[in-house]
Ligand binder design. Structure first.
Ligand code: SAM
Ligand code: SF4
Length: 338
């Protein structure tokens, strides 16, 4: 790995054209994955040629520019970030950037049993782990390739590793796993984890009509209210989730990410960088800026990269326009950097 000796940039703050403060970057380190979750990917996928994926040095350089620009939280994501070779070293480099307050990561958990401790040591302070079912056969059907026992072992390792917080992410699909929301909350309580329930977003053609499986956050909340005492909470994790507290289990918070039933765009503070260096201003829009080309055009000076970021932000859309049963964005979630 090379050390980058580029002219120093002047720190700035990031404000978009609508006055929203932008402080959070989701950085995708690969579009590949060892799972093929039914809501995220089609069965047969074509991935980026490896030579188009950002190198570790390019990822680090972009993180450096974005933190200087005013980003204080980076989430490493993908695809599955833990299948990228060198991921622990990359996390260690990025977490050491002055000005970065939090390095966090989202994973499917398949490699967490061995990587939880090295990641925590590398400065990853919180992790989100996707878990859609506690039934092995169902888990395999939803992920197409996943092994539940590997992920649960990963979660056990994460629990004892010293992350500030572990959060479960569950995409809830009617007819697939909506009957498990209570059991998943019980599991989160037992482990001392938070849990967020996500409404499926229409990203990419996954070979079925998504409306058939739509299950609203409000319905999940009603299901949970029959088993737990729920309280409003003003807790913010810096992402799109809205939280409720459990009166009898204060260590576990329940989040709802509700792109359909509760639009979160007004408070959006996020940007996404795809694995091939395209900066997406919004999950629900196709517009992007090619930062990989900018890095190549300016190998010894990051100022044009910083300027391009400020310019791009003036075009960040007001909101996504997801409709449950329409395919509006051709990009799959794994290509987006979820
Ligand atoms: N592979 C990692 C994982 O699964 O956690 C990180 C990348 S994944 C794209 C990030 C998150 O996006 C996961 O929690 C996943 O459940 C969610 N996701 C993927 N496709 C989605 C979709 N179409 N709608 C809503 N959430 C989705
Ligand atoms: Fe892979 Fe995550 Fe997409 Fe599932 S949600 S296919 S684990 S990238």
């Amino acid at each position: 790995m090379t050390n980058l000796h580029l002219p120093k940039l002047t720190p700035t703050t990031l404000v978009d054209g609508l006055g929203r403060h932008i402080s959070y970057l989701r950085l995708s380190v690969t579009d590949r994955c060892d799972f093929r979750c039914v809501y995220c990917m089609a069965e047969d996928m074509t991935f980026l040629p490896r030579n188009e994926v950002l190198s570790a040095d390019e990822l680090y350089r972009l993180a450096d520019v974005f933190v200087t620009a005013g980003i204080n939280k980076i989430r490493i994501t993908g695809g599955e970030p833990l299948i990228r070779p060198g991921i622990v070293d990359l996390c260690a480099r990025i977490s050491a950037l002055p000005g970065l307050q939090e390095l966090v990561l989202t994973t499917n958990g398949s490699h967490l049993s061995t990587l939880a401790a090295p990641l925590a040591a590398a400065g990853v302070s919180r992790i989100n782990v996707s878990l859609d079912s506690l039934k092995a056969d169902r888990f395999q059907a939803i992920t197409r390739h996943g092994k539940l026992d590997h992920v649960l072992a990963g979660l056990d390792a994460a629990k004892t590793t010293g992350f500030n917080k572990v959060k479960i992410n569950t995409v809830v699909l009617a007819g697939r796993n909506e009957d498990e929301v209570v059991d998943l909350v019980r599991y989160a309580i037992k482990q001392g984890f938070d849990i967020s329930f996500i409404e499926e977003m229409p990203l990419g053609d996954v070979g079925r009509a998504r409306a058939e499986n739509f299950y609203a956050s409000s319905q999940i909340r009603a299901d949970l209210a029959q088993h737990f005492r729920l309280e409003e909470s003003d807790y913010q994790s810096g992402g799109p989730a809205r939280y409720v507290a459990l009166t009898d289990h204060p260590q576990t918070r329940i989040g709802f990410i509700s792109p359909h039933s509760n639009n979160f765009c007004g408070s959006c503070n996020r940007l996404r960088m795809t694995a091939n260096g395209r900066l997406l201003m919004c999950l629900g829009h196709e517009g992007s800026v090619d930062f990989r080309s900018l890095l190549h055009q300016h190998p010894n000076d990051s100022r044009p990269v910083l300027n391009a970021l400020h310019q791009a932000l003036q075009h960040k859309p007001k909101q996504h326009e997801f409709v449950v049963d329409e395919l509006q964005v051709v990009r799959f979630m794994n290509a987006t950097g979820g």
